[in-house]
Ligand binder design. Sequence first.
Ligand code: IMP
Ligand code: MG
Length: 173
Amino acid sequence: MGNHLKLLFPPEEIQLAVNRLANEIKRDYTDKTPLLIGILKGSFIFFSDLVRALDMPLEIDFIRAASYGDRIVSSGEVKITKDIDINIKNRDILVIEDVVDTGLTLDVILEHLKTRNPASLKLCALVDKHTQGQLPVKIDYLGFSIRDGFLVGYGLDYNEKHRYLSGIYVMEK
Ligand code: IMP
Ligand code: MG
């Protein structure tokens, strides 16, 4: 895979999407103090932009999952390599993910969180790739929909590269 990057979503467009999501979330969590759980590492920039746009009482934690094998094509084995630290029983949980591809990562993480009896459990994702055969994960708040391509920038990486870019790019061969 080469390193030709084509700009897909410029920073201004991402900011609009983040503000829209923040407004939707704020409206739904009035008088609540949700606990936002970011999935490391890809969501870190989206997560912090969203928190700032939300500008409401909330708490944060992080979880990390690793899937083994080639990252371009998910290998189907997902393990939680860093768990949350906060007790989520009876809390309103909002999981923040960067990209939903096969849905495997979220499937594992959401099932894991459910066993700890949160009051509610919702999902906010920056991008849904609508990958063929994607597991049925319900995305409550979605930034962008795409059909194909591998994305980098705005926290997203290819072999740890390109995370620092402020826009979202498609990798082209
Ligand atoms: P899934 O388990 O197949 O849904 O894969 C989800 C994880 O793979 C996400 O948390 C991303 O970190 C990573 N991923 C999937 N597609 C892309 C992409 O296009 N660019 C960067 N990371 C991706
Ligand atoms: Mg990820």
